[in-house]
Design a protein around this ligand. Structure first.
Ligand SMILES: Nc1ncnc2c1ncn2[C@@H]1O[C@H](COP(=O)(O)OP(=O)(O)OP(=O)(O)O)[C@@H](O)[C@H]1O
Ligand SMILES: [Mg+2]
Length: 263
């Protein structure tokens, strides 16, 4: 059966904004909902590869070889332990692609071109990106049809949102991106009992001055449970905290209602 592929990038231009945590858990939620999902580790730190328990062997093709056109797409895709969930892994060697991309002259178009062959085999491709405004980051923006921006509910997170929107607009201006921003997810939203902290509230209010209020999606709460869910390879439900999975379930509903993915 032929499938319509949607490419979604998770992007935020600062460290520790929840990109890799989001991609890991959202990938699992989408796979559990029956979608065939391809995750792409676009960060030389390769935390996504680690979070999915994948170890890159010495002679194994990764995103680097795919970028360079040395292998076909299917040779760089590996199954994970989870049904319907596949990975294009990376390791720190991915840093070597920066020079290749800037030398190619069409770096911003390259990932889109390489992922085109996933059409027909996958429903959703979800890309994790590096925190810097690098050549890889430009290629991720160029490949994306939709962009999700997680941002810590702090002054730093607000700065990351501003930089991320700026980077997307820069590529749009030169015609290298036609991505839509799907939404902003406040990350590590802190609550004490039933009260949101002032820092979180103020940071999320500031985010709503940069994008429309409707673009601010339900936040990911500050909790050690997310780290545990990833390290123990359990779902938030299995950890006894299903309520923390609310932002992921809501995003799934939004993707289906906006017909970004077929319900
Ligand atoms: N809900 C949460 N509450 C508190 N800490 C969290 C939560 N989710 C994840 N973390 C921790 O926050 C840190 C940053 O998360 P993550 O690695 O997903 O961010 P990132 O944007 O991918 O970072 P980088 O830019 O370095 O790749 C990690 O140490 C992670 O374990
Ligand atoms: Mg990361």
């Amino acid at each position: 059966m032929s499938r319509e592929l949607t490419v979604i990038a998770c992007l935020s231009l600062a460290g520790g904004q929840g990109k890799t945590t989001f991609v890991t858990l959202m990938g699992k939620v989408l796979a559990a909902a029956g979608y065939t999902v391809l995750l792409v580790d676009g960060d030389p730190q390769s935390n996504l590869t680690t979070f999915l328990g994948h170890e890159v062997a010495a002679d194994e093709p990764t995103l680097l070889e795919l970028f360079k056109g040395n292998v076909e797409l299917e040779d760089a895709i590996y199954p994970t332990k989870i049904k319907n969930l596949y990975l294009i892994p990376s390791d720190d060697g991915l840093d070597n692609v920066q020079e290749y991309l800037s030398g190619s002259g069409v770096g911003a178009m390259l990932l889109k071109k390489r992922l085109a062959a996933a059409q027909g085999s996958f429903d959703i491709c979800l890309i994790d990106s590096p925190p810097q405004r690098s050549q890889i980051c430009k290629s991720v923006i160029g490949a994306a049809e939709q962009i999700i921006i997680p941002c810590e509910a702090t002054v730093k997170g607000f700065g990351s949102l501003v930089r991320t929107i700026d980077a997307i607009n820069e590529l749009k201006e030169v015609g290298a991106s036609s991505a839509e921003i799907l939404g902003v997810i406040p990350f590590r939203d802190k609550w004490v009992g039933s009260n949101q902290t002032k820092e979180s509230r103020d940071a999320i209010a500031a985010m709503a001055t940069v994008v429309e209020q409707a673009m601010i999606l339900p936040s990911i709460r500050e909790s050690e449970k997310f780290k545990q869910a990833i390290s123990r390879e359990q779902t938030l439900e299995e950890l006894g905290v299903p309520e923390l999975g609310y932002p992921f379930e809501m995003l799934l509903k939004r993707l289906e209602s906006k017909e970004v993915v077929a319900a």
